[in-house]
Design a protein around this ligand. Sequence first.
Ligand SMILES: [Zn+2]
Length: 302
Amino acid sequence: MNYIGIDIGGTNIKIGLVSEDYQLISISKFPTPNDIITVLFDEIKRFLNETHIVGIGVGVAGLVDANGVVIESPNIPSLNKIPLASIIREKFSIKTIVENDATVATIGEANFGEGRGTNKFTLLTLGTGIGGGFYNQGKVLDIPMEVGHMTINYQGKLCSCGNNGCLEMYASGRAIRDSLIEKIEDGESSQAKYLYEGNFYKIKSEDVYRLALEGDNLARQVIKEAGKALGAGLANIINIFCPEKIILTGGLSKAKNIYTETAINEAKKRSLKGLNLNIEIVQSQLIDSGGVLGAVFLLRNQ
Ligand SMILES: [Zn+2]
């Protein structure tokens, strides 16, 4: 008896086969397609042909209601208003749950990762967008934790959510990419100009980070700015919630050098000293698997 865990993000989808004792048997990762439902059905069918599946747990980047309907997904608009849990359940006659991606990642960390042995921690998913989860005394709090849409600049850039100056507009993978493209358009020089046969509009946030590590000054500058913005967001979280730990996960959290380090320094500088002294800000060890494992854990323990 095995389970399928699925983590649907704005940039990538991860699908894992998980055993009864939570061993990750296999995991695959591919870019989030336009026709998500068709691709998901094909992937699930592939697993069903190989092994006996007793449940499917799914995390999605967006607001999800108690029935597994995706209410709103700013970064994956094709899933807006889709009753994802019932669609999968009806197609395959398998128990299925759908939850917010940061919530399942938080459950993953609490049970298998950096959250073990911690009473109160916050998790931030740093990717195309920014999400969050808050764990306290054995459970994920039932609060939205849409940290990506906290205002860090009240007269700032217009966000897809309709607000100005959201954290996501400055600190996310998309922000890093957009910011570098904007600067190149303004005539600043970067090696990114020569990627993708000169079509620099195709660059991804990973390219920016790689270039930064290779010494590209503009890429470094852009990532450092994003790190500072993230630090401002972290300071707000520390001042309001004062968790024991803040766990950073998501593709962008791999950009430890420059981005994460800048964010941690900035957060310590900006938050109240009486609150930040004992807070640990750490990188997840389950960047690709936390959401997959957490989705299966939630499915089995609901
Ligand atoms: Zn927003």
